[in-house]
Design a protein around this ligand. Structure first.
Ligand code: SF4
Length: 356
């Protein structure tokens, strides 16, 4: 039988008892199964008592960054599939998509519970009646235990928030927001089309509704230093988002980023650099933040680089073994909310009485 590893916060390194002092330092104990961080898999097993798989669904939405409302070109790294390459066909109904995708997963693994993950494009952008119909169809499916919706922070009007709040009464609802970076220059370069204030505002609105927020971050964006990437992670740590998805920058062939890469070759992270950076990110995150992703495997037929990322298992093994060697664990370098940061804003914000 596997015994859970137990990880301690940095203050646990201090002696528990001192002969000359009555002082007993606070010890915060964290146990996340066999990993030195709070993985999504561990969280789901805690919540649902068994393995839960994500089904990538396609609601047939578009995106204001593509349909001309904000821009027509989309984010520079986004491919024609709206970053939803593993999602089911939008030509099928939501129930049919769940049936097809869950059957594919069940072929390989024995599982009964699933997350309905609306992944492609911006899934809160569209007529309310359409969003309502597709989300209700998904959440009412007996095999679905969580509804997870990927969207933009500038696509959460009050009527959508009311709908999400309604759905939250039925089953857990998560909202996934693609922040990618907190740095304005990079944000402009990738053409995200929203500001950090807008992102923060969206997090506060969702928090007031008790809807967990998962923030997406891309590591390795052109021109960003490792320090800047860690600043983005630190910002999220201070903001107190519920989950993070850390993703290596993939250069995909049918994107504007690929054209830029050909014209202005920039250095892509090596596997060594990425693993080292990821470990630092994990150490800077609070122990209670669920880590939804540490790496990703871009669509093989489109991936121009970094090619080492195709071997996801090997990358994860390297992260785990290096963490073990270094005695590293989530929160090791997180010292709690800092004064004068977004946490103060969070506190004052929670005193507001309006719903949104
Ligand atoms: S917001 Fe999402 S779907 Fe829209 S262009 Fe950017 S990455 Fe693609």
């Amino acid at each position: 039988m596997k015994t859970d590893s137990i990880y301690y916060r940095a203050d646990a390194d201090l002696p528990l008892h001192s002969e000359n002092s009555e002082y007993t330092p606070p010890v915060v104990r964290h146990s996340w199964g066999d990993k030195p961080y709070y993985s999504l898999d561990f969280y789901l097993r805690e919540q649902f008592g068994e393995k839960v798989y994500r089904l990538a669904l396609n609601g047939g939405c578009t995106c204001p960054n593509r349909d001309g409302l904000i821009d027509t070109r989309g984010c520079i790294f986004c491919d024609r599939g709206g970053s939803g390459d593993f999602a089911a066909s939008p030509h099928l109904s939501i129930t049919e998509q769940i049936k097809v995708s869950s059957a594919q997963v069940a072929e390989k693994r024995n599982c009964r519970k699933f997350i309905a993950y609306f992944q492609a494009y911006t899934n809160t952008y569209g007529p309310l009646h359409k969003l309502r119909a597709m989300f209700y169809e998904a959440i009412r499916h007996p095999d679905i235990v969580v509804l997870s919706i990927a969207t933009r922070p500038d696509c959460l009007p009050d009527e959508v928030l009311i709908l999400l709040s309604e759905l939250q009464q039925i089953k857990p609802v998560w909202v996934e927001l693609g922040l990618q970076t907190i740095h304005t220059a990079t944000s402009r370069f990738i053409r995200s089309g929203f500001t950090l204030d807008c992102f923060q505002d969206a997090v506060f609105k969702l928090r007031r509704l008790h809807i967990p927020v998962i923030a997406h971050v891309i590591l390795g964006l052109p021109g960003e230093t490792k320090r800047q990437m860690l600043e983005t992670v630190n910002y999220l740590a201070q903001l107190g988002v519920d989950g993070v998805k850390l993703q290596l920058l993939h250069v995909l062939t049918d994107t504007d980023l690929y054209d830029y890469y050909l014209a202005h070759p920039f250095s892509l992270l090596t596997q060594e650099e990425y693993c080292d950076l990821i470990i630092q990110c994990i150490e800077h995150l609070p122990p209670e933040t669920v880590i939804h992703r540490l790496t990703g495997d871009g669509p093989k037929k489109l991936l121009a680089g970094p090619l080492w990322s195709q071997n996801k298992r090997q990358v994860l093994n390297q992260i785990h073994s290096t963490m073990k060697k270094r005695g590293s664990y989530q929160g090791k370098q997180y010292s709690g909310p800092s004064k004068g940061t977004v946490t103060d804003i969070r506190r004052s914000d929670s005193h507001q009485t309006t719903m949104f």
